[in-house]
Design a protein around this ligand. Structure first.
Ligand SMILES: Cc1cc2nc3c(=O)[nH]c(=O)nc-3n(C[C@H](O)[C@H](O)[C@H](O)COP(=O)(O)OP(=O)(O)OC[C@H]3O[C@@H](n4cnc5c(N)ncnc54)[C@H](O)[C@@H]3O)c2cc1C
Length: 384
């Protein structure tokens, strides 16, 4: 066992660092406070080979490993936290599911533009009545002619209004086995966005309504019975979420560390107070522990999908650690940490959301407990 990066990984990290410092350091604060999807950053990253890192070269990607993509997220976030979302969207999210399960036609039509940073794809799973209980989703795909009519709605979808394409979880029939997914062009007929709203992080979200929207049969990604495959792909998204939680926690920690070494009160540097030293020791322990769990899940996945259990453990730990560390870092920086002059408060707000998004900490712990006791525990009431 070796806990160090390989020479190739080190070189990759250095190249991403140089790219980020040159292109992303300037404007990092403005980007964090802008709700729009940063397509300019996406185009730059595409040129640098930072989109499609884990996607096969035959599909236009880089043919790398999941740990490479994690290195990219961490290194970008250390310079510009908001730009880490572009690494997420271009590597970990529905783009990976399309690359893995999509047809040749779907890949030819959509992947090229996505990998060039010209467009972005969202994933619509959550519905008003199906959050944690995602298999309760009610959006239907009803056969008609050479395709399907889609009816239903999705909420909280990241980047919904900036994405030309949405990977929509739908119900072809009843029960778990009735769930699959289709690609929907969001500018198409029968697709409507509701009133824009904002998360605490300032990211915008809108409810998306599908009102008899027609999708041709060739837009089906996974037919009924595809839910398990879909969730296997979604574990990649969870690794990206995990990596960003930890990376933004680390960003806040680094800012607080620098501050503690220059700010004086009572005639002493902040880092000379033991009460604050112990905070930093705790932060460091959490970051290092989270890093190991994240790297285990990502490294073991290699070029495939990560293990559900290792992903759940890493995500539950890092979501909490990222938030706790950002919170303590903010405290150490006092009024400045709480101010929008610094990105520490932004990191705190973003980390808070990841404790809910992509499988909440509680839902992940349910899964971990099933592994502990080697049995499943139904979360449903006897009647439903
Ligand atoms: C920042 C952000 C981005 C998101 N992006 C997307 C996206 O791109 N696409 C998408 O489809 N969705 C997205 N979501 C939605 C997200 O997946 C859901 O919010 C999440 O699954 C929880 O569903 P819910 O909000 O309906 O909460 P609920 O399911 O109503 O849960 C409420 C609370 O109860 C807890 N809980 C529920 N059931 C159990 C149980 N059995 N045991 C213990 N605790 C339980 C939950 O953990 C939570 O704390 C996003 C959410 C956020 C916050």
């Amino acid at each position: 066992m070796d806990f160090r990066f390989t020479l190739e990984q080190e070189q990759f990290r250095e190249s991403v660092k140089r790219f980020a410092q040159k292109n992303l350091a300037k404007g990092a604060r403005e980007r964090a406070h802008s709700p729009e999807y940063p397509f300019d950053v996406a185009r730059l990253m595409a040129k640098q080979g930072l989109l499609g890192i884990t996607i096969a070269e035959a599909d236009g990607g880089q043919g790398g490993t999941l740990i490479d993509a994690v290195i990219a997220i961490e290194t970008v976030a250390a310079v510009c936290p908001r730009s880490a979302d572009v690494v997420q969207a271009g590597n970990f999210g529905p783009i990976r599911v399309v690359a893995e399960y999509g047809t040749k036609g779907q890949k030819e039509k959509y992947l090229k533009k996505l990998l060039a940073g010209e467009s972005v794809i969202s994933v619509g799973m959550t519905e008003p009545e199906a959050g944690s209980a995602v298999t309760d989703l009610q959006t239907t795909a009803t056969p008609e002619g050479q395709g399907f009519r889609i009816n239903g709605s999705k909420i909280f979808t990241t980047h919904a209004q900036y994405a030309e394409l949405m990977l929509v979880y739908v119900r072809f029939g009843p029960g778990l086995d009735g769930i699959g997914s289709v690609l929907v062009e969001t500018k198409g007929q029968g697709v409507r966005f509701g009133k824009p709203s904002k998360f605490m992080s300032e990211e915008e979200w809108v409810q998306t309504y599908f009102e008899n929207a027609f999708v041709p049969a060739e837009m089906v990604v996974l037919k009924e019975g595809g839910f398990k495959k879909q969730i296997a792909g979604f574990n990649v998204e969870r690794i990206g979420n995990t990596a960003r939680s930890l990376a933004l926690g680390r960003y806040a920690y680094e800012r607080a560390r620098e501050w503690a070494m220059q700010r004086k009160q009572f005639g002493k540097l902040l880092c000379e107070f033991q009460g604050l030293q112990w905070k930093f020791a705790e932060m460091k322990i959490k970051l290092d522990a989270g890093q190991l769990l994240l790297y285990r899940a990502a490294a073991n996945a290699d070029k495939g999908f990560p293990s559900a259990d290792e992903t759940a453990i890493a995500k539950a730990f890092c979501n909490q650690a990222g938030f706790d560390v950002a919170n303590e870092a903010l405290q150490v920086m006092g009024g400045l940490g709480y101010s929008q002059e610094e990105l520490v408060e932004y990191c705190l707000r973003r980390c808070r959301g990841w404790m809910i998004a992509g499988g909440s900490i509680e839902i992940l712990k349910n899964r971990i407990a099933e592994g502990v006791f080697e049995r499943s525990f139904s979360q449903r009431s006897a009647r439903g």
